[in-house]
Design a protein. Structure first.
Length: 241
């Protein structure tokens, strides 16, 4: 079956002429989406690591604060001990003396408990801060890598943008102005829906994009070339050349 030379056939041939460009354009556009997303994902990981480091530092300052509070409390308790000792020395009442001594012992025990607690807290906190060194070194290495990666991405983006501009120029030149606008709209929609491949060649009554057979009646329409025929299976605009 020969193909009729119709205005629609002319439109289809023009669209087929830009299909190759559009496939490349689609890839470039995908690249232009992927590259900044890649950078963002890496930057997010670095931010998470920085936040982890900060959390440990904040916790350590919290411990220091708590230790200061406990030390102040102990200082007050020591002052109280001195007062109680004076009181017990100047008193002749044995009951008062005993009561003072008892309270002194209690306070001394409490001071010792606080001292132990402070030491434990400090040791634990210092270990955590010490562990940060490795993480911070790792972060600084990763920051270096990120700068390299980011520079690389900048270069790739600018390269992709250059290619995109060239492809768009070539597309506009090939497309010209005389084209069936409905067919062009459908073509453009399918470009997005079918990952840059809106058209499919028919060879031996088989769609060369999805490899499904084309029904006989559609083949007749295809040969007449009067209207746009889409593959019943993959929706792509069919063309016979
Ligand atoms: Zn198909």
């Amino acid at each position: 079956m020969t193909i009729a030379d119709t205005p629609m056939q002319e439109t289809l041939r023009t669209l087929w002429g830009i299909q190759e460009i559009d496939r490349d354009l689609f890839r470039v556009q995908e690249e232009l989406k992927r590259l900044p997303a890649e950078r963002e994902a890496r930057a997010k990981k670095l931010d998470e690591r920085r936040a982890q480091i900060q959390a440990v530092k904040d916790e350590a300052s919290g411990v220091e604060e708590r230790v200061r509070e406990i030390e102040n409390q102990s200082m007050t308790q020591r002052q109280k001990i001195r007062k109680l000792e004076d009181e017990s020395e100047s008193s002749r009442d044995m009951a008062v003396v005993e009561a003072c001594r008892y309270e002194v012992r209690e306070l001394q025990r409490e001071i010792k408990r606080s001292e132990r607690l402070c030491v434990e807290m400090m040791v634990e906190s210092e270990e955590k801060v010490e562990g940060l060194k490795e993480v911070e070194e790792q972060l600084s290495v990763e920051e270096g890598h990120f700068t390299e990666l980011s520079d690389g991405i900048d270069r790739e983006i600018s390269d992709a943008e250059g290619r995109k501009a060239d492809l768009e120029t070539a597309r506009a030149e090939r497309l010209g102005g005389d084209i069936n606008s409905e067919a062009l709209d459908l073509y453009n929609r399918l470009l997005g829906a079918r990952e840059g491949q809106a058209m499919a060649l028919v060879d031996s009554q088989v769609c060369q994009a999805c490899y499904m057979s084309i029904p006989a009646n559609l083949n007749v329409h295809l040969a007449r070339g009067a209207k746009v025929i889409q593959c019943p299976s993959c929706d792509r605009i069919l063309i016979r050349i």
